[in-house]
Design a protein around this ligand. Structure first.
Ligand SMILES: [Zn+2]
Length: 136
C-alpha cells in the first residue's frame, strides 16, 4: 500500500500540525477576529476548554486578544450579544462555523466586514444568488 509508505511530517510532529491548522483558521477569515473584525491574534475556543470544548475547527475561531480575553470561559453567543460591536451577521457566521459550514460562515463574515465596500457589494449580490441552494 502506497498510503502506508507516505510518512507525513505532520504525523511525526503534532506541534507543526497544530501550528498549520491555526494558520489555516486565521487565513479563513483573512486574519480577522470573527467577533469584531480586528486583527486576529489568537484562537478562541467557542466552547471553552474548561467546559470540555475540543480543539477542532468547529470549536475554534480566530479572535483578537481583546475579544479572547474578554470572553474568557463565558458562553460565546451570550457574551457576543452583549458586545458593542455585536453584529447579527457575525453571530450567524459563528453559528455556521460551529456547525462545520465554514463556507457559509465566511460568506456571512464577508457580508459583515464593513471596510471593503467593493467586496461588500459583490458579496451582497452573490449572497442573493446563493439563496438558490436553499430552494434547490
Ligand atoms: Zn475581536
Amino acid at each position: 500500500m502506497h498510503n502506508r509508505d507516505a510518512v507525513f511530517l505532520e504525523d511525526l510532529c503534532p506541534k507543526l500540525r497544530d501550528r498549520r491548522w491555526r494558520k489555516l483558521l486565521h487565513e479563513y477569515t483573512g486574519k480577522r477576529c470573527i467577533y469584531c473584525g480586528k486583527n486576529s491574534e489568537s484562537i478562541d475556543h467557542i466552547l471553552p476548554r474548561s467546559k470540555g470544548g475540543l480543539s477542532i475547527t468547529e470549536n475554534c475561531v480566530p479572535a483578537c486578544l481583546s475579544c479572547n480575553g474578554s470572553k474568557t470561559d463565558k458562553d460565546a453567543f451570550e457574551w457576543y450579544r452583549k458586545q458593542r460591536f455585536y453584529d447579527p451577521r457575525r453571530s450567524m457566521a459563528i453559528r455556521a462555523w460551529t456547525e462545520g459550514d465554514i463556507r457559509l460562515a465566511l460568506r456571512l463574515l464577508k457580508w459583515a466586514q464593513p471596510k471593503q465596500s467593493k467586496t461588500f457589494e459583490n458579496s451582497k449580490s452573490r449572497w442573493n444568488d446563493d439563496f438558490s441552494w436553499k430552494a434547490a
